[in-house]
Design a protein around this ligand. Structure first.
Ligand SMILES: Nc1ncnc2c1ncn2[C@@H]1O[C@H](COP(=O)(O)OP(=O)(O)OP(=O)(O)O)[C@@H](O)[C@H]1O
Length: 310
């Protein structure tokens, strides 16, 4: 029997006419941080709810530690940690009371709880706030408490739905440090995010869009797989340039970023040729230079290749 932490095979799920998942497959290795990267509505939450047995798939299967999840719901729920997007802490309980509540819920003995609380305080740095009401915590602290509540029964596999959503950058970095520490400790983590920069913090990512995995692999390998030259065209007027470029290039060739436009040179025109064209057409730009793609470039490129996912 294959006892990989998690195998997802060809999951399909529709809500009425909406195909939320169209044949999604993933395989997680022990101790891996596996990122599910995609924009709102890509299907990340639906997939996670199916994995943790809160929702039934229309087709396909989930294997959790070698067992068929749909047939062994109790085993899955006992051994998996799930942190939903809107995690319900008890606002009028303190940090410690929340942790103990979840400890009781998962049947963790009080003396074991006491030990685990100390460990959780250490890495969440919530120790000094243990008597504070959950409601009075900052957004980042609430997320760390939610994560700690999920960890009190020490699950081997964790499913986290956008744990850093809406959290300030410092708390985001702290949460990622915690995930890294957990993975180093042998825990397997499936984490979703809509923040592209977080993809680089994962060992492996699946780029998901409109219910389909467009690509999966190590983030750096995905970046290296991009063979076409990519140029940054810097400008003070990115929107103006973006619209102007529509006259010269196919819409799949360029994307708008804060500092300007990223242009994929699909036709191998070369930078000098492109620079000349921009000047001839009086397009507003400061400079053009070759750049390394980032994960967002890769994602946008894949979305375009798939005909915007349809
Ligand atoms: N209970 C439901 N009823 C109808 N449609 C749903 C339901 N749940 C999800 N959907 C639809 O399925 C698609 C995938 O949604 P899902 O919430 O899984 O995406 P997501 O990637 O998690 O995005 P978000 O971060 O916004 O939750 C969307 O089109 C959504 O509107």
């Amino acid at each position: 029997m294959n006892d990989k932490p998690l195998i997802v095979e060809n999951i399909e799920k529709s809500f009425g006419g909406v195909r939320a998942l169209r044949g999604v497959s993933l395989q997680l290795e022990p101790g891996q941080i596996y990122g599910l990267i995609g924009p709102d509505g890509a299907g990340k939450t639906t997939l996670m709810r199916i994995i943790v047995t809160l929702l039934k798939a229309d087709a396909g299967s989930v294997w959790f530690l070698g067992r068929n999840a749909a047939r062994d719901i109790t085993f899955v729920r006992r051994n998996i940690g799930y942190m939903p997007q809107r995690f319900s802490l008890y606002p009028d309980l303190t940090v410690e009371e929340n942790l103990r509540f979840f400890g009781d819920l998962f049947g963790v003995q009080p003396q074991v709880q006491a030990e685990r609380l100390q460990k959780l305080y250490r890495f969440s740095r919530l120790g000094p706030f243990k008597k504070r009401m959950a409601d009075a915590l900052s957004g980042g602290m609430k997320q760390k408490l939610a994560l700690s509540c999920m960890l009190i029964h020490e699950p081997a596999v964790m499913i986290m739905d956008e744990p850093t959503y809406g959290v300030d950058p410092v708390s985001r970095a702290e949460l990622w440090d915690i995930l890294k520490e957990l993975a180093a400790d042998g825990k397997t983590i499936l984490v979703s995010t809509a923040y592209m920069d977080e993809a680089l913090l994962c060992d492996h990512v699946a780029l998901i869009f409109k219910g389909k995995v467009l690509a999966s692999g190590r983030p750096q390998a995905l970046i290296r797989s991009m063979k076409q030259p990519l140029y940054l065209i810097k400008t003070q007027n990115a929107h103006g340039l973006y619209h102007a470029l529509q006259k010269l290039f196919a819409k799949n060739d360029f994307n708008l970023f804060g500092e300007g436009v990223h242009l994929f040179d699909r036709q191998n025109l070369g930078m000098d040729h492109i620079r000349r064209k921009l000047k001839e057409n009086h397009f507003p730009f400061d400079l053009i230079k070759p750049i390394e793609p980032n994960i967002e470039d890769i994602f946008l490129n894949l979305i375009h290749q798939h005909g915007d996912g349809e």
